[in-house]
Write a protein that binds this ligand. Structure first.
Ligand code: AMP
Length: 187
């Protein structure tokens, strides 16, 4: 199964992706995690992107696409994968299709986890307090929400227009949302 998981920052997308990893035995590929790993490793690329990530902006498409290509080339993706945090804008969505086709691994489905913005804001501000992520202060959270609204939301419409989008209500317990997610995947 090759799944593109869509949803706002704080929608629970990452949590659901981890549960999907356990259930289906395929890796979660999070471009945010790939970028954070580059930052932690203090690679030249990591140093470049840290400031961008901390400001809440998107890292350049070319750079993220390069990291993603490298990750998709690893052997553990042969039975599928869950893409989490990519595509973040229409240009990335348009680049993803030929990339996956080239690998002989077209996406089966895009799945949107739907949560309204007020709820999201409360959730990420709470997460900022617990995890201390440097990109989770209130101004940055609002900026990331704005970017989501303007750039990432259209990605759901892109997949909907191709008849490849399903969505689930992202409000409720982790378990009940996971049930909705797997119902959609298996329907
Ligand atoms: P995330 O962990 O998915 O919330 O991503 C954290 C940050 O990494 C984002 O705010 C962006 O700065 C950057 N990022 C993650 N994925 C992408 C992407 N697909 N395109 C551009 N920037 C990204």
């Amino acid at each position: 199964m090759r799944l593109v998981l869509l949803g706002a920052p704080g929608s629970g997308k990452g949590t659901q992706a981890k549960l999907l990893v356990d259930k289906y035995g395929i890796p979660q590929i999070s471009t945010g995690d790939l970028l954070r790993a580059a930052v932690a490793a203090k690679t030249e690329l990591g140093l470049q992107v840290k400031a961008v990530m901390d400001s809440g902006d998107l890292v350049s498409d070319d750079l993220v696409l390069g990291l993603l290509k490298e990750r998709l080339a690893q052997a553990d993706t042969k039975d599928g994968f869950i893409l989490d945090g990519f595509p973040r804008n229409l240009a990335q969505a348009e680049a993803l299709t030929p990339l996956l086709d080239e690998l002989g691994q077209p996406a089966d489905l895009a799945l949107l986890i739907n949560v309204d913005e007020d709820e999201i804001l409360q959730r990420i501000l709470a997460r900022a307090k617990v995890e201390g992520r440097s990109d989770d202060n209130e101004d940055v959270v609002r900026k990331r929400m704005g970017i989501y609204r303007e750039q990432t939301k259209p990605v759901a419409a892109f997949y909907a227009a191709r008849g490849e989008l399903k969505s689930v209500d992202g409000i409720g317990s982790i378990e009940s949302i996971f049930q909705r997610v797997t119902d959609q995947i298996e329907s």
